[in-house]
Design a protein. Structure first.
Length: 344
């Protein structure tokens, strides 16, 4: 009978499976409005983008209509429309409006759009008659520039977020445990599909499992760092081609007492792998994550080679990226293997 599978802490695609509930201090999100806008989903961002411009146009359209109404531009325009002969006779020739060709709120709204987006069709213009109109013109231009800077910056940040680059950083679907240099090792393969490199790339690993302290305190998600090793030494990697990253299962490893017989009985075991680096083309730091549950760890297998030299250059066959083959591996824990070696 299939056992109930443990909920992942980190998904295979790197998404964290954590839901934040009952946050009482919602105002903290408004203290960093720009980051909040960038973190929103695209439909919400586009809605805010559209409404910010519409609301500013309507607001300043109302201001322009009030200025025209207070100065009498609307009454004068209506009178000229009803009695064209009066305007032709020159009785109203001395009247100068604050904004020309403002007849209603619709024309004031159209003038507001022309001012903020600097279209300037030429039918409407601010005159020297009203200093208040000149001041509103300056304020609206400044407000429009601020809205453009914030919203366009938000759109740019959303389209160039670091996690987009992480989509082309791939991990093997399964991890393996096998002998390497006479020691049991936990191994996985990581690769980069793009030709542009990840600069200063580092990789680290954590084991997440439920633990209990000596005092009886239960930690449901205890994160334990474990040492990673790779072909170039240390945590830094040169990810120009796929690499096999491995962790030596020694006495300091959380996997020290795990054997192939009890591996799949560790339902609470989850191994998280985190790759970080700087994108060469943009200079933005990116992070790629994945995780392996107990049933995604293959005992006694290793990855097949996928790099070969062809016509004076190295070729990578990604069709075999996650392929493994069986190899002779002791069916015992790393502790038992070390004890047997010490006895011999």
């Amino acid at each position: 009978r299939a056992r109930e599978r443990r909920a992942r802490f980190v998904g295979k695609n790197g998404a964290c499976n954590v839901a934040h509930k009952n946050i009482r201090e919602q105002g903290r999100f408004l203290q960093d409005v720009f980051t909040t806008l960038v973190d929103l989903k695209w439909p919400h961002t586009l809605l805010i983008f559209t409404m910010s411009f519409l609301c500013s146009w309507l607001l300043f359209g109302m201001v322009w209509w009030l200025i025209a109404f207070a100065h009498g531009d609307l009454d004068h325009s209506t009178r000229l429309q009803r009695d064209p002969a009066e305007g032709a006779a020159g009785s109203a020739a001395a009247f100068v409006p604050c904004v020309t060709s403002i007849h209603s709120f619709t024309s004031a709204f159209l003038f507001s759009i022309e001012v903020q987006v600097t279209i300037g069709f030429g039918g409407r213009m601010v005159t020297e008659e009203c200093p208040a109109a000149i001041l509103v013109l300056i304020v609206q231009n400044i407000v429009g520039l601020v809205i453009n800077a914030i919203m366009l910056g938000c759109i740019f940040m959303k389209t160039s977020q670091a996690h987009r680059r992480a989509e082309t950083l791939i991990f093997s679907k399964h991890a393996v445990i096998a002998l390497r240099e006479g020691r049991l090792c936990f191994m996985l393969r990581v690769g980069d599909l793009r030709k542009s490199m990840i600069i200063s790339a580092t990789i680290r690993m954590q084991v997440v499992k439920k633990t209990a302290s000596l005092e009886g305190e239960v930690v449901p998600l205890n994160q334990i760092d474990i040492q990673m090793e790779n072909p170039v030494g240390g945590n830094s990697i040169f990810l120009v081609s796929p690499l096999i990253i491995y962790h030596v299962i020694d006495k300091n490893s959380p996997l020290y007492d795990i054997s192939p017989m009890n591996l799949h009985h560790h339902e609470d075991l989850e191994i998280i792998v985190i790759l970080e680096g700087v994108v060469e083309t943009t200079g933005i730091t990116t992070q790629a994550r994945t995780s392996y549950l107990a049933d995604e760890i293959l005992w006694g297998q290793r990855f097949v080679p996928i790099v070969a030299e062809e016509d004076g250059r190295y070729s990578v066959d990604y069709s075999k990226f996650g392929n493994t083959v069986k190899v002779p591996t002791p069916s015992c824990t790393a502790r038992q293997l070390e004890e047997d070696k010490s006895i011999m």
